[in-house]
Design a protein around this ligand. Structure first.
Ligand SMILES: *[C@@H]1O[C@H](CO)[C@@H](O)[C@H](O)[C@H]1NC(C)=O
Ligand SMILES: *[C@@H]1O[C@H](CO)[C@@H](O)[C@H](O)[C@H]1NC(C)=O
Ligand SMILES: *[C@@H]1O[C@H](CO)[C@@H](O)[C@H](O)[C@H]1NC(C)=O
Ligand SMILES: *[C@@H]1O[C@H](CO)[C@@H](O)[C@H](O)[C@H]1NC(C)=O
Ligand SMILES: *[C@@H]1O[C@H](CO)[C@@H](O)[C@H](O)[C@H]1NC(C)=O
Ligand SMILES: *[C@@H]1O[C@H](CO)[C@@H](O)[C@H](O)[C@H]1NC(C)=O
Length: 351
């Protein structure tokens, strides 16, 4: 897309001057037992550069892919923990997370990007890095290449063996029409406080949404919290309920990871009810304002919240497994190991 390319040039010129690198410390982001900041240091020393170099190419072609990876990580962690269960394709044992309605935000390209990284990494390091760790690292780099903070992530996750049920998936992913109250309760159950809920919602600074996630705010009656010009633009993009079109989540800077999303909310130009209501609800409006006024503060709280989220119910040590293919449990395809070595991975220009 031409538009994404233009903003990408802009982003890379920002990166050249390295706006912001946030180094989380153990104090503000305590680690779960079994995870560490340098888990793969001896078994896969090039891990982080393999991921970063490959994603640099991917995002140079289409920065729009960054939001897809970020969303994948959220869906993975909120449902059954960060165990790469979201990457499992449905099987005879039952439908997977991918078959449940909130999957609409999951882009097929995102799954491909993770599996491609997995191939490159396993080719160089052997089967030492889980799909859950790869998704976490790819998410960090998606944020970085979009102009957001750079930060260290704890590693050492293992891949899960359990498929999440449809009900579990629905119950753990609050929808776009959720109120702030519902968000606070749903994420509060996962021990996130109001500041963390508002910070994580800031992920909507990049990405797109289908009309059906917000047209109930337009038809039949317009949500009074929608600013009129913004509402008119949305009506032009989505002329009726559930039009099959997409639009940007943060129309000010759609592909740049910054704090403009909070400026949108203050101007009543948040796309989802779950966005706008953060500014309506008195428990969160002050936090929205503080992030709109201070991007460093947003980055700091976002990084802390992401590190916390990336450790939700993780499997470590001998739990779970390290998948030989991200979409399939090892037990479901025992013959796969033999073929891994022969896989052709083109263009491994990391070294
Ligand atoms: C999303 O879930 C629906 C069923 O709810 C399924 O038909 C569709 O194929 C799924 N999409 C993806 C990308 O997995
Ligand atoms: C899933 O949720 C629906 C609606 O709440 C309920 O009727 C159904 O029994 C649940 N299924 C399982 C397997 O728990
Ligand atoms: C979250 O909800 C589950 C299921 O309803 C409950 O068992 C658990 O105690 C809750 N956790 C917190 C921290 O509220
Ligand atoms: C929505 O639009 C896309 C791209 O134009 C198309 O591939 C897809 O089949 C459409 N889906 C529906 C449900 O009409
Ligand atoms: C913005 O937030 C950062 C990070 O918390 C803090 O160090 C800085 O003092 C804040 N700036 C202002 C103007 O409040
Ligand atoms: C198992 O993996 C091999 C190698 O990739 C593949 O060709 C085959 O289709 C897989 N089988 C199943 C049942 O997924």
């Amino acid at each position: 897309m031409a538009a994404s390319f233009t903003s990408l040039v802009f982003i890379f010129s920002l990166l050249a001057s390295q706006l912001f690198v946030y180094q989380a410390t153990a104090e503000d982001a305590p680690l779960v037992n079994g995870l560490s900041w340098n888990f793969h240091k001896s078994t896969c020393p090039k891990l982080e550069s393999i991921v970063r170099n490959q994603l640099k190419k991917v995002y140079k072609k289409d920065i729009g892919q960054a939001a897809g990876i970020l969303r994948l990580h959220f869906h993975d962690c909120f449902v059954q923990g960060c165990d790469a269960s979201v990457l499992l394709e449905g099987s005879a044992s039952g439908p997977s997370e991918q078959d449940t309605p909130p999957n609409l935000t999951l882009r097929p390209e995102a799954f491909k990007i993770i599996e491609d990284l997995r191939q490159r990494i396993h080719k160089i390091c052997g089967r030492t890095v889980s799909c859950a760790d790869i998704t976490t690292l790819a998410t960090r780099d998606a944020i970085f290449f979009s102009g957001g903070p750079d930060y260290a992530v704890p590693l050492g996750r293992r891949d899960g063996l359990n498929f999440a049920t449809r009900n579990e998936t629905l119950a753990n992913l609050p929808g776009p029409s959720s109120t702030a109250d519902a968000l606070l309760r749903s994420l509060g159950n996962k021990t996130f406080d109001a500041t963390e809920v508002v910070a994580l919602s800031g992920a909507h600074t990049i990405g797109r949404s289908h009309c059906n996630s917000f047209t109930r705010r337009l038809y039949p009656n317009q949500d009074p919290t929608l600013e009129q010009n913004f509402a008119n633009n949305l009506k032009a993009i989505c002329p009726e309920l559930n039009t099959n079109t997409t639009t940007f989540l943060d129309f000010r800077t759609p592909n740049t990871f910054d704090n403009k999303y909070y400026i949108d909310l203050i101007n009543r130009q948040g796309l989802f009810t779950s966005d706008q209501d953060l500014f309506t609800d008195s428990r969160t409006s002050g936090i929205v304002r503080s992030f709109a006024e201070n991007q460093s503060l947003f980055f700091e709280k976002f990084v802390q919240s992401m590190i916390k989220m990336s450790q939700l119910k993780v499997l470590t040590g001998n739990q779970g497994e390290i998948r030989a293919k991200c979409s399939v449990r090892n037990t479901d395809n025992a013959s796969f190991f033999k073929s891994v070595v022969e896989e052709v991975v083109e263009d491994v220009s990391v070294f």
